[in-house]
Design a protein. Sequence first.
Length: 69
Amino acid sequence: MAAKNQQKTIDNIRRLIRTKGLKQTFVAEQAGLTDQQLTDILSNRRLLRVEHLEPLARVLGVTIEALIS
């Protein structure tokens, strides 16, 4: 995922977590990530991988397209 697209996707994930009133720990666990892995992804210390998109979209109740657009 290109850096510019990745940052937009990360911003969308952060916004969705906040607007849906979810805890980051809950989102991470439900998406099959550790809290530290999600923290690192959202802080740009770890790459957001394509295989993370579907589980994150599912937990956040949106489509993959909504995450990346």
